[in-house]
Design a binder for this molecule. Structure first.
Ligand code: NIG
Ligand code: FE
Length: 370
């Protein structure tokens, strides 16, 4: 057994030793545990004990590290990313500067469909190599756990390719990685006149194959204006539930889409984006276990309306913040930047932001300690 004792920590932050991991909501969002002059005992990579240096028990068999003058805090739990992608899409920025909206860019063949075209022509190994480089980068910025979605394949073959890459990342990386099947990210061109056929393919072909290879922990749908309807979302989530894929969905980024309500109805772990949230959405979330997750990078880079975070916290809701790292709407996986935006764009207090990127992010994964 490997035992490490870290002594003389100037400030130990954000450590929760509860039997059940519970998110921080409402006023509790502003409570982030802190202990000055502390010690921390780690056994086989897990926190075993912590406390004030004044009452340090004798752990004679432990390797000792001195953290004088240092702060220790949890790594970020980034609960929403699209980190596996084939090409960067910086040209869309010029279209954005010229005034085209997210939906207009998508209609011009940009956006998600542009990535899906490139996905066809990239090998699994190349995709893996590039994603691994990005993972190394986000670790340097403090991310310790990360969720990664498919959704640039939009065909059975390419969706499986993306998910196999995520599986290989899980095997090769020291990070905790979770995978999400997002076949319903956008409607491919060839199904433009026949969207029912694409939804049928997701339900009858993609989901069973993804489940057979055990490639996804969660299932996602982009439930929003111009993408997938509430009715389509329901059918896809029901199909995923048959294989125990828990929902985490993209909702209410472009409109009051009904995405929040359908997420709550299907007991989604999280509903993500939330620029369009009013009293009805807040009421629905208050009666749920679903984590409202705000993706500040997407709102910033798309220069869109911001989620009403202060109103949501005042109503007693929790908030998680995640990077949404992707080649289009949020081309950065730097959670430190997301943290800054939490305060600057949404007026979240530092302790609220810290809870949003650690314990609430973990809850948005369904991570529970038992
Ligand atoms: O979360 N909103 C939908 N999907 C992604 C966008 C991905 C992309 O633009 O490539 C998002 O922002
Ligand atoms: Fe996203």
């Amino acid at each position: 057994m490997q035992k490490i004792l870290i002594k003389n920590i100037q400030e130990l932050c954000g450590i929760v030793m509860e039997s059940t991991l519970k998110f921080r909501a409402g006023k509790d969002m502003a409570v982030w545990e802190r202990m000055k002059d502390a010690y921390l005992l780690i056994e086989d990579g897990k926190i075993k004990d912590f406390g004030s240096m004044g009452v340090l028990p004798s752990y004679d068999d432990a390797e000792v590290m001195d953290a004088e003058g240092k702060i220790i805090l949890p790594a970020w739990c980034d609960s929403h990313t699209h980190l596996v992608f084939p090409n960067t899409r910086e040209l869309e920025f010029i279209d954005k500067i010229r005034g085209f909206s997210y939906e207009e860019i998508a209609r011009r063949g940009g956006g998600i469909l542009n990535s899906s075209l490139a996905m066809k022509n990239i090998s699994e190994d190349q995709l893996l190599e590039e994603a691994e480089g990005r993972l190394k980068e986000v670790v340097r910025w403090g991310t310790g756990a990360i969720e990664i979605k498919s959704g640039y394949g939009l065909s059975t073959e390419s969706e499986l390719k993306m998910l196999r890459v995520i599986k290989r990342l899980k095997e090769r990386s020291q990070l905790t990685i979770k995978s999400t099947f997002l076949g319903a990210h956008a409607l491919p061109h060839k199904y433009k006149e026949n969207r029912a056929e694409y939804v049928k393919m997701i339900i009858e072909e993609m989901i069973p194959k993804v489940a057979e290879e055990k490639l996804a922990d969660y299932i996602d749908v982009f439930c929003d204006r111009g993408f997938f309807t509430v009715e389509e979302t329901e059918r896809i989530l029901e199909a995923g539930a048959k294989y125990s894929m828990k929902p985490k969905i993209h909702a209410n980024e472009l409109d009051y889409s009904g995405g929040v309500q359908v997420g709550v109805k299907y007991n989604a772990l999280s509903v993500d984006h939330l620029e369009f949230v009013g009293d009805e959405e807040i009421r629905s979330l208050l009666n749920s276990e679903t984590m409202p997750t705000v993706l500040s990078g997407a709102a910033f880079f798309l220069n869109m309306k911001y989620a009403p975070v202060r109103k949501m916290i005042a109503a007693g809701l929790p908030i998680a913040l995640a990077s949404d790292f992707n080649p289009g709407s949020s081309p950065s996986g730097n959670m430190q930047f997301i943290i800054s935006m939490g305060s600057i764009l949404y007026r979240m207090l530092p302790d609220e932001v810290m809870n949003a990127v650690t314990i609430n992010g973990a809850y948005a994964w369904g991570l529970k300690v038992s």
